[in-house]
Ligand binder design. Structure first.
Ligand code: ADP
Length: 533
């Protein structure tokens, strides 16, 4: 631990409730902050090595798994192990829930202004750690540093925005239909929240769940992806430094089904906030039904990007690259299908191919690299299968279409890379028309009328984000209304912001994150009726 971190923590005892202490009885508490579980060259990337935690934060205590089991964290650009974190399960989850339950009433009872001030202190601590956190994000997810910084700025804005919004909650006083009763509507926190987050945004998927939950007065048990736990644990470290009471936010790494199951079975966890695959989202929704928990689900997408014949082709091609190749294509709002009007098809493909050819593959820590690896070897295998399926049905590779051919001795030879790719001649009978690619592959389809474009765009079980480029205002409005998606980008692909609701329709999910609508997901409405004598 750095001297800065030691100084910050010195003299402050962890605030742990008796309930969490009791529940922690069977769980090994960490006795040291040394880093036996981290590769030394990882520490060299950080100026504040105290941010690299390899224990879980449960009820205000740093703990190991009760049986000492650990999980390896890999650097996807080399395939090498960089750290080990606890493989927690049901026991540790129950302890975290007990801590969250014990802290719920006192946390919810605090004036919103006080919760807001603590969130703001967390925000300040996180902003101060920007360089280290973005390096951790790149190390464990592989994304280029510039993308980590973009995600950081986006994600930290959620903490700030919800810290402010915490103070603006207001209910209603309703006009009564009679003389003897008065009606009011109170907004109250839903209770303990189980948050489950994915690896593709190791930072912002956490802040957009935890910040509104804490702002609303909920307490949170967070399970980050087992593939990217280090960013999440750094956020817990910073929450502790900011003075968030232990138990208000717990962070557990480990066995996803065991942790998820313990959350689902608990009567006291009143809400699940999840971002991840549609398959797991469905399981969680089914499991939540057993105790009638609220759920917010942000699931898969299959975003179309329509290029109409009047579009600015240069701008549209730049936007397709940004949207399709961001995070190596591994986001749920990444363009998955480019639909181009037949009259501009060839010109557009030429511009797009030139831009994709200019992308630079490599380690996310290296200056000038625009595209990192995929998250795992299995992800590359899955992508290859979908490309092979498309090629067997007539698609043609305009650029890429394979793994890079590094020399055996190349430092990235063990990494999970795939070349930035454009495929032409894509058709709806190919798997990639219906399935998320989750990789740096841009398939181009062609259409001949607005009706056909809208029909193709809507021909999917998903409904998260969609995009189109046109200069015709009437077409823009008509098409935006007809697209069956939760979010529509017109001449724009940077559609996310802390102020705007994020979420999907159809099998892309339930509920919204970000914005006042995201805060409402963590609030129950209570009707109070006062009888007048
Ligand atoms: P992806 O395919 O993008 O990795 P997943 O849905 O598998 O998406 O993972 C998203 C999050 O859900 C991760 O934190 C993962 O550990 C978690 N998860 C996976 N399976 C389960 C489960 N059965 N119960 C609870 N969480 C799960």
């Amino acid at each position: 631990m750095s001297r800065r971190a030691v100084a910050t923590l010195a003299g402050r005892l962890p605030q742990v409730s008796a309930a969490a202490q009791a529940a922690l009885g069977g769980v090994r508490q960490a006795s040291s902050t040394a880093h036996p579980a981290v590769e030394p060259d990882v520490l060299a990337h950080l100026s504040d090595t105290g941010l690299l935690r390899t224990q879980c934060y449960v009820g205000g205590q740093w703990i190991d798994a009760s049986d000492g089991a650990t999980l390896e964290v890999l650097d996807p650009s080399t395939g090498r192990s960089i750290a080990r974190v606890p493989r927690c399960g049901a026991n540790e989850t129950r302890a975290a829930i007990a801590g969250a339950v014990a802290q719920f009433e006192p946390w919810a009872a605090r004036p919103a202004k006080e919760r807001s001030a603590l969130l703001r202190r967390w925000y300040d601590a996180v902003v101060g750690a920007r360089d280290d956190i973005t390096r951790l994000m790149t190390l464990e997810s592989g994304k280029p540093l510039a993308e980590s910084r973009g995600e950081f700025d986006n994600g930290v804005a959620s903490i700030e925005w919800f810290a402010e919004e915490a103070k603006r909650t207001c209910g209603d006083v309703l006009e009564s239909p009679d003389r003897h009763r008065r009606f009011m509507v109170l907004k109250q926190p839903v209770g303990v929240v189980g948050a489950i987050t994915p690896w593709n945004f190791p930072f912002s998927m956490i802040t957009r769940k935890v910040s509104p939950a804490l702002a609303a007065g909920c307490t949170v048990v967070l399970k980050p992806s087992e593939l990217t736990p280090l960013t999440a644990l750094a956020l817990a470290e910073l929450a502790e430094r900011a003075g968030l009471p232990g138990g208000v936010l717990s962070v557990l790494t480990g066995d996803a089904p065991a942790i998820g199951d313990a959350m689902l079975k608990s009567e006291e966890v009143r809400k699940i906030g999840f971002t991840g695959s549609t398959a797991v989202g469905k399981q969680l929704a089914a499991g939540a039904a057993g105790t009638v928990k609220r759920v917010s689900l942000e699931l898969g997408g299959n975003a179309p990007f329509i290029v109409f014949e009047d579009a600015d082709l240069e701008k549209a091609a730049t936007a397709v690259v940004a949207s399709s190749h961001r995070n190596s294509g591994q986001t749920c709002i990444c363009t998955n299908r480019v639909l181009v009007h037949e009259r501009v098809h060839d010109a557009f493909v030429a511009t797009l191919t030139a831009k994709v050819s200019a992308l630079r593959l490599g380690s996310g820590l290296e200056q000038g690299v625009t595209q990192g690896p995929l998250i795992s070897a299995a992800a590359v295998d899955r992508l290859e299968e979908k490309v092979a399926d498309a090629l067997s049905k007539g698609a043609v590779v305009a650029v890429g279409g394979q793994r890079p051919k590094w020399d055996a001795g190349h430092s990235l030879a063990g990494g999970f890379f795939y070349e930035p790719t454009v495929l032409t001649g894509a058709r709806p009978d190919m798997r990639m028309f219906r399935e998320e690619l989750f990789g740096p592959v841009t398939p181009v389809y062609s259409f001949s009328s607005d009706d056909e474009a809208v029909q193709l765009a809507n021909d999917t079980q998903y409904g998260l984000a969609c995009y189109f480029y046109t200069k015709d205002l009437s077409r823009a409005w008509r098409v935006a209304e007809r697209l069956q998606y939760g979010m529509v980008g017109i001449n724009e692909v940077a559609i996310t912001s802390e102020v705007a609701p994020f979420g999907g329709v159809k099998q892309s999910g339930l509920g919204r994150e970000q914005s006042k609508y995201g805060l409402a997901e963590f609030q129950d409405i209570k009707t109070v009726c006062l009888g007048l004598y």
